[in-house]
Write a protein that binds this ligand. Structure first.
Ligand SMILES: *[C@@H]1O[C@H](CO)[C@@H](O)[C@H](O)[C@H]1NC(C)=O
Ligand SMILES: *[C@@H]1O[C@H](CO)[C@@H](O)[C@H](O)[C@H]1NC(C)=O
Ligand SMILES: *[C@@H]1O[C@H](CO)[C@@H](O)[C@H](O)[C@H]1NC(C)=O
Ligand SMILES: *[C@@H]1O[C@H](CO)[C@@H](O)[C@H](O)[C@H]1NC(C)=O
Ligand SMILES: *[C@@H]1O[C@H](CO)[C@@H](O)[C@H](O)[C@H]1NC(C)=O
Ligand SMILES: *[C@@H]1O[C@H](CO)[C@@H](O)[C@H](O)[C@H]1NC(C)=O
Ligand SMILES: *[C@@H]1O[C@H](CO)[C@@H](O)[C@H](O)[C@H]1NC(C)=O
Length: 462
């Protein structure tokens, strides 16, 4: 594409401009400090690339191997694009004398292991693109020494373990993006993840892995969600985990958190501070009791609650017959309102021993109608399954004859990666309940009306 008659002309011009023996291979385009040999059918790197290159584009070729010191004649090289080649490994010293590199794109290749030596010496590297390879393993020392790193993309690989411990404040002070989404991680070393620098946690993308649902996993995402990280917000639906590790029982855990209601997770933050978290789901008008059981065992504790819409609540400050704080720390809301929803944080302080501990409770108050529907909806599993089948059926039917061929592709694997249906079997979030609520009439009235034959829509299609 980029090759043609013009490179010759550029070569001539450049020859004139540089007045040197710099050459531009005929299949490449050389423009000032940029050399593009993209989509040129290259199978090996030409040895005659201009030494003044700052940007070198070798993407969309057939490179399978790069010899040591491939770029050592290009001291000014900063930007190297090698996406869409056939590289399965990098030999020792490929980037010798290329320490000026700031942007390295090796995406869409066939790399299998990211070995420790691959990027040695690239201390100026800011952006490293490794997505869409076949990487199963990232060796522990790989990112060591890459102290300028800002963004690293490992998405769409087959990574099962990642050396989170190798990333620390002092080792990677500028790292704000670590993309590990769409890999094969089932369990993460959550203690290492929680120890990551704040900026890295904020920019850590983990959606679309094969996570196994458990409380330690959930608590980490629960906190990130509360902090409103983009990585969570933007991909809420792609955050899935499987119950008991069964990939068929995959749920979108940020949407459907009923499975985690009983999670109380201890999380020690340097000091003897313990955080327990849980979710409480009630309907409007219900009486809510939030206990403040913490790790502190003393009987002489004082309690403070921080509520989302009433600020700090202590025994002394409460002047509201609708709320009470018992001496044992339990906070009681007589009749919950929708706007009482939010995060309640209780701090228990043991004055004598100068210890304190907190407990966090995320309260969600639903409208009564939605809740009553919810209760009915969740009583019998068999019933739910039936309902889901009906709902699925009804969601498909609106497109009736016009598109029933597309809407029912034969190859859909049986719910392996369809969290939307499965998750409704295990749990349902408020959002979904309200959605179902609004569709309630559609869901339950229509099938009765249309029993006369439209039920058989798939067959009755032209
Ligand atoms: C590459 O770096 C080595 C030292 O690491 C140096 O001895 C050698 O001269 C350099 N080669 C070029 C072509 O700059
Ligand atoms: C999820 O990951 C798989 C591979 O693990 C990939 O094929 C798929 O496209 C990804 N889905 C999304 C929505 O990113
Ligand atoms: C949570 O605990 C309650 C009682 O302690 C129990 O009835 C309920 O089944 C538990 N829920 C889950 C999802 O484990
Ligand atoms: C408590 O509320 C009542 C009215 O409901 C008010 O008269 C009284 O001054 C309040 N006391 C405090 C300490 O705020
Ligand atoms: C705290 O006290 C209240 C009222 O006496 C009681 O209803 C509640 O169950 C107690 N909570 C705990 C955790 O013991
Ligand atoms: C919460 O809603 C109730 C009515 O349901 C209203 O009276 C009250 O002012 C609201 N409070 C806040 C803080 O918005
Ligand atoms: C709890 O302890 C931390 C340090 O351990 C302290 O900074 C904080 O002020 C304490 N909170 C209360 C309410 O005493």
């Amino acid at each position: 594409m980029t090759c043609g008659q013009y490179p010759g002309l550029f070569l001539l011009l450049l020859g004139l401009l540089h007045g040197s023996e710099e050459t531009c291979p005929s299949i490449c385009l050389c423009v000032s400090d940029t050399v593009s040999c993209s989509s040129s059918g290259l199978t090996r790197l030409s040895s005659s690339l201009p030494t003044f290159s700052v940007t070198l584009d070798l993407s969309h070729n057939h490179l399978t191997w790069l010899s040591p010191g491939s770029f050592n004649r290009m001291p000014r090289l900063e930007n190297l694009q090698m996406a869409h080649n056939q590289l399965s490994t990098l030999s020792h010293g490929v980037f010798n004398n290329a320490s000026g590199l700031r942007h390295l794109d090796l995406s869409s290749n066939k790399l299998l292991v990211v070995e420790q030596h691959y990027f040695q010496g690239l201390w100026r590297l800011e952006e490293l693109l490794l997505f869409n390879n076949k990487i199963a393993q990232v060796e522990a020392g790989t990112l060591g020494g890459l102290s300028s790193l800002k963004k690293v993309y490992f998405s769409l690989n087959q990574i099962t373990h990642f050396p989170f411990f190798s990333i620390q404040d002092h080792s990677h002070p500028f790292l704000t993006m670590l993309d590990l989404s769409s890999n094969r991680m089932t369990r993460l070393p959550w203690e290492d993840v929680k120890a990551l620098p704040g900026l890295v946690q904020r920019g850590l993308y983990l959606h679309n892995n094969s996570l196994i649902c458990d409380c330690s996993m959930y608590s980490v995402f629960w906190h990130w969600d509360l902090r409103g990280y983009d990585s969570i917000r933007d991909f809420a639906d792609e955050h899935t985990c499987s119950i008991y590790g069964d990939p068929r029982a995959s749920i979108r855990f940020l949407r459907h958190n009923r499975f985690f209601h009983n999670c109380t997770v201890e999380k020690t933050i340097s000091q003897p501070v313990t955080v327990l978290l849980s979710n409480v789901l009630v309907s409007e008008g219900d009486r809510v009791r939030l206990d403040c059981q913490t790790s502190l065992s003393s009987t002489d504790l004082s309690f403070t609650w921080l509520s989302p819409n009433k600020g700090y609540l202590t025994e002394a400050s409460i002047n509201d017959s609708l709320i009470s704080l018992f001496p044992n720390g339990t906070l009681e809301i007589q009749a919950a309102k929708v706007n009482d929803s939010g995060l309640y944080v209780c701090t228990a302080v043991d004055i004598k021993q100068a210890l304190n501990a907190t407990r966090e409770v995320n309260v969600m108050v639903l409208l009564p109608a939605a809740q009553s529907f919810n209760t009915g909806y969740t009583t019998l599993l068999g019933c739910i399954v039936t309902t889901v089948v009906i709902l699925v059926y009804l969601y498909l039917t609106p497109c009736r004859c016009t598109c029933c061929k597309q809407s029912n592709p034969p190859g859909i694997p049986i719910a392996t990666y369809d969290p939307s249906t499965l998750s409704s079997v295990f749990c349902s979030s408020i959002r979904d309940q309200s959605k179902i609520q609004t569709n309630k009439h559609v869901a339950f009235m229509e099938p009765m009306m249309s029993e006369d034959g439209t039920e058989g829509t798939p067959e009755s299609c032209p």
